[in-house]
Design a protein around this ligand. Structure first.
Ligand SMILES: [Zn+2]
Length: 383
């Protein structure tokens, strides 16, 4: 069956390329709802043409999310991705769509419009060659992933919770490896308050808030452990008003990452427990983890095993790896739903001017997704 799926994907590669180029040509930056909705409208039409029951889930501050269902269920496999990009409208003029040296270039092509088209071709192949019976394929294409998924998170979690598996079509790791673990990501703001005073006339009256922040920054080094994937980066610091005034306010913004739920918990408790060290100063800490870690659970490993077997049938040695970056797969994995990420296109330069996908591996990639979909939908005992 894998051979037939691959053959189908090869035959229909022009259909997929046309779809990728159509989606890239309709620019869709996260913060431009009208633009994102223009892209969503065309995507919804294409999904409808494939026979999906499409629902637009309205979002006030982001583009409308799209849910596309193929079949009645009751079992469900979820294909997840986003069609917002980091590129402003007009970027296309600076990074024109072009095929060159076996690569397709364009804003958002790798992250992740090619992934969407791969998922659609894979689904088309499965629907035609191995209809999924009691397991429906549901696609959720969201519009605010690049800005933290504030308006889509609840929807993602609700669809994942009713799914047996989640396939995330974010870009692959270098060489095509899948992502079976991702760090969780958080952000904290620490505000120190002291007492302002004239630096020359009244120095004893002052409580220096910058000194307080400096001590906290040094203390945070103690909880950082790069080897175990516990990262703490004080990336922004500000405070004070002028050189001759003891500063009464200072703040630091900290990016934190953790490989395990336990470490995320530890970091969160540590931040919430920070105490002022300078006599007379006070501290306020806000923030938290926006994306929990995606751990390589047993379910994740089993799903990867299926993908590796499908790839092997096509002569591909499929690897896996982890990444410090987050995706919506973090949310679904943290719910305990087996999640496979990085199933999208192979390429380079996400969020960079050289963003592109490799053309040659696209049909095999689509067939890989199709093969995993088929196994999981056909065999309710796969778990
Ligand atoms: Zn992405």
């Amino acid at each position: 069956m894998t051979r037939r799926l691959l053959e189908y994907c090869r035959t229909h590669t022009p259909w997929m390329l046309e779809l990728i180029e159509t989606l890239v040509a309709i620019e869709s930056p996260t913060d431009d709802k009208a633009a994102v909705d223009r892209c969503g409208l065309v995507l919804a039409e294409r999904l409808g043409a494939m026979g999906a029951e499409v629902t637009r889930v309205a979002a006030a501050t982001a583009g409308d999310h799209l849910v596309a269902r193929f079949g009645p269920g009751p079992r469900q496999v979820l294909i997840l991705g986003h069609f917002d990009t980091v590129w402003p409208v007009g970027q296309l003029a600076r990074m024109p769509l072009r095929r060159e040296d076996g690569r397709l270039h364009g804003p958002g092509v790798l992250d992740m419009k090619a992934g969407i088209a791969l998922g659609m071709l894979a689904t088309k192949a499965v629907l035609e060659l191995a209809p999924p019976g009691d397991a429906r394929i549901t696609m959720l294409w969201t519009t605010d992933e690049e800005e933290g998924s504030e308006t889509s998170r609840a929807l993602i979690e609700a669809e994942a919770a009713r799914s047996e598996a989640v396939l995330v079509l974010e870009p692959a790791l270098a060489g095509g490896a899948l992502k079976t673990s991702r760090k969780g990501i958080g952000q904290y703001e620490i505000v120190a308050r002291g007492v302002a005073a004239h630096a020359g006339v009244d120095p004893r009256r002052g409580v220096n808030a910058i000194r307080e922040i400096a001590l906290q920054v040094l203390a945070l080094d103690a909880i950082r452990d790069i080897d175990r994937g516990r990262l703490v980066n004080v990336g922004l610091v500000s405070g004070g008003s002028r050189p001759n005034v003891v500063p009464d306010v200072a703040r630091a913004t900290v990016d934190v990452r953790a490989s395990t739920l336990a470490d995320a918990d530890y970091l969160d408790r540590t931040f919430r427990g920070l105490k002022a060290q300078v006599p007379g100063a006070t501290l306020e800490v806000s923030g938290g983890f926006n994306r929990p870690p995606m751990e390589r659970s047993e379910g994740v490993a089993r799903l990867f095993g299926i993908a590796r077997d499908v790839a092997a049938e096509m002569g591909v040695d499929l690897a896996e790896g982890g990444t410090g970056g987050g995706s919506d797969g973090n949310f679904t994995a943290a719910l305990g739903i087996p999640t496979l990420d990085g199933l999208g296109a192979i390429g380079d330069g996400a969020h960079a001017l050289r963003e592109h996908v490799e053309l040659e591996p696209l049909p095999v990639r689509a067939a890989l997704i199709a093969g995993v979909l088929r196994r999981v939908t056909a065999d309710r005992a796969w778990r």
